[in-house]
Every structure is written in structure tokens, then in C-alpha cells.
Design a protein around this ligand. Structure first.
Ligand code: 13P
Ligand code: SF4
Length: 308
């Protein structure tokens, strides 16, 4: 079966079963092409609240599908590949954060959305990379604990020196592995290119950038810019999508190693198998108890209230 034939079957089944497919921008081209909604993690969280489909299939990582379930508890939500997790989401221990909160009750706990639902229950507000600065700025509190990504948190802290932002050691293994040498090498190879980077990279790398922002921030910047060439400092799929969208410009992945293995686990056959397995128990459905949803959802609602 060709890719196009499989995509056509998926589109037909999707319609017959009233299913919406949400795909993060780090997904492969052939998946983005059959999705109803694509974008960064903030946009997809909001999109999940808008669809009137009965079922949602999430092509991304586990915490994203969990977020969609919390925002649409009446819908069935499936993760297209059950093994796709985000290592950062598992990094912080819930009890440790609860303990810090108890010892510093005037500190607002801000959680990157890349966290488990269980951890979200002890946090006050969620942020994504595109909304972090706006939301932390808008908080009444000036004392903040930002978890788990100290690179994203450090980038916010640098821009809001008036706030007391405490960070813990955590972050994205894929983005944090990028080095200053990678940047120097890419800039030497493409001296006329602007360098755009995700704030999950280390400060020594983001300091060298012409623009720092989320996946959609990077895509919007590149599309609107008058420049013709760009080095893209986030998951390599973003360079690929941009190249399709802007054939007259040139996009260079910062390094070929900037690949999120978890995001890349999902394949077109996974999406097809999920559509076929939704009613026979073979698809990977996100099941959460109501109490967990009620408790973890508060900080997502707060994110949407402050970030909208
Ligand atoms: P965005 O918030 O930019 O979508 O990033 C999500 C993510 O997992 C980045 O590694
Ligand atoms: Fe998690 Fe990093 Fe992959 Fe994003 S790129 S899903 S933060 S491991």
C-alpha cells in the first residue's frame, strides 16, 4: 500500500467514526497531512477543547494526550503509539514538589505542560514554551518555582528579573544535548542564515540565537521574516515542514541529531491501527479517573485563562 492509499483510508475511517486527529508539529509530514489540528503544545491544548468529534487520536507524546483527555473528559482520547512518552514529563517527583510547596507556601508552582497529570495536581499553573513568559509575567505572585525544565525556566527568569524564580535541575534530553560547537559549525556552513532556537536548549546556545521561541513561534518567525535562510534549533521535522510551506526559503536543521525519538515513534500504520482498534479494545485509550482529572485540570484551565 502506498502512503497516499493509507492516508485515504485514514481520512475515510476518521470521517465515519467522527474522530479528530491532533498532531504535534514534531510529527512526520505524512501524519501532519492527515491531521485536523496541528501545532505546538499550547495550540493543541486549546484545539482539543474546540472539536465536537466523539474521539480524539493524539499523534504526539503521552502527556499531550493526557491533557486532551482532561480538557475533553467526555470524549474517548487515544494515543496513536502507546510507547511515545516524554522523558522530561517523568523527571520530577510529586511528593518532592508537594514538600517544597508546603515549606514555601507563598511560592507559586509553575509547571511546564510536559509533566504527568499526577504532578500537575500539586502545581498552580501550567505553561507551554509559547505561553511561559506571558503567563509568569501575568501572575500576581513574584515568588515562583518553575518545573521541570531549568532551561525554559532560566530563559523566562532572564527576561523577568523582577521575579524571584526558583529552578530545579530538569529538562529535555534532546534539546539540552545541543552544544555551542553545533551552533558554530552550522553558522560557519550557512553564514547568511538566521539562527532560530527553542528555549529548551541551554543558555549558552540560546544566547547565540537571532530568535528564541516555541515550535510555532519559530515557524511564524521564519514565515514572516524577509530573510531567505534559517538554521532551525529544534526537532528536525520543523525544518522539513517549513521547507514544504516556504519553498523559496532555505531551512537547515541545526544538527541531524536533534531528533525526538519518542515523537518519531508514531507512524501512519499506528494511526490506521488506532482507528480500527477503537471499538475492540486494541487501541491505546487514555483512561483517567474523575478525581485525578478534576485535580490536575485546574492548572491547565489557569494556563488557558492567563494565556488566551
Ligand atoms: P512546544 O511547546 O514548542 O510545542 O514544545 C513541546 C515540546 O515537547 C518541545 O520539546
Ligand atoms: Fe519531550 Fe524533548 Fe521530545 Fe519534547 S523534544 S517531547 S520535551 S523529549
Amino acid at each position: 500500500m502506498t502512503v497516499r492509499e493509507m492516508q485515504d483510508i485514514i481520512l475515510k475511517l476518521k470521517k465515519e467514526t467522527n474522530t479528530a486527529i491532533l498532531a504535534h508539529s514534531y510529527q512526520a509530514r505524512e501524519i501532519v497531512e492527515i491531521a485536523d489540528f496541528t501545532g505546538d503544545s499550547y495550540k493543541l491544548s486549546v484545539d482539543a477543547t474546540k472539536t465536537d468529534a466523539d474521539n480524539i487520536i493524539f499523534c504526539g507524546v503521552h502527556f499531550m494526550a493526557e491533557t486532551a483527555k482532561m480538557l475533553s473528559p467526555g470524549k474517548r482520547v487515544f494515543l496513536a503509539n502507546k510507547n511515545a512518552g516524554c522523558p522530561m514529563a517523568e523527571q520530577m517527583d510529586r511528593d518532592m514538589i508537594a514538600q517544597i510547596k508546603a515549606s514555601e507556601p507563598d511560592r507559586t508552582v509553575v509547571a511546564y505542560i510536559n509533566t504527568t497529570a499526577s504532578l500537575k495536581t500539586v502545581c498552580d499553573v501550567c505553561v507551554t514554551s509559547s505561553s511561559a513568559l506571558k503567563i509568569v509575567k501575568a501572575l500576581d505572585s513574584d515568588k515562583i518555582l518553575f518545573i521541570p525544565d531549568c532551561n525554559l525556566g532560566g530563559w523566562v527568569k532572564k527576561q523577568l528579573p523582577e521575579k524571584d524564580i526558583k529552578l530545579l535541575q530538569g529538562g529535555c534530553p534532546t534539546h539540552a544535548a545541543v552544544t555551542v560547537n553545533d551552533v558554530k559549525k552550522a553558522k560557519a556552513e550557512h553564514p547568511d542564515a538566521l539562527f532560530l532556537v527553542h528555549p529548551e536548549c541551554v543558555p549558552a546556545v540560546t544566547e547565540l540565537a537571532d530568535y528564541v521561541g516555541s515550535t510555532s513561534g519559530i515557524m511564524d518567525f521564519a514565515k514572516k521574516s524577509d530573510a531567505r535562510e534559517f538554521i532551525i534549533g529544534t526537532e528536525t521535522s520543523i525544518s522539513e515542514h517549513l521547507q514544504y510551506d516556504c519553498p523559496d526559503k532555505k531551512f537547515y536543521p541545526l544538527t541531524k541529531d536533534l531528533v525526538c525519538r519518542n515523537m518519531k515513534l508514531t507512524t501512519l500504520p499506528d494511526v490506521l491501527a488506532t482507528l480500527k482498534g477503537m471499538d475492540n479494545g486494541e487501541a491505546s485509550e487514555i483512561i483517567m479517573d474523575e478525581e485525578l482529572i478534576a485535580s490536575a485540570r485546574k492548572c491547565i484551565d489557569e494556563m488557558i485563562r492567563l494565556g488566551g
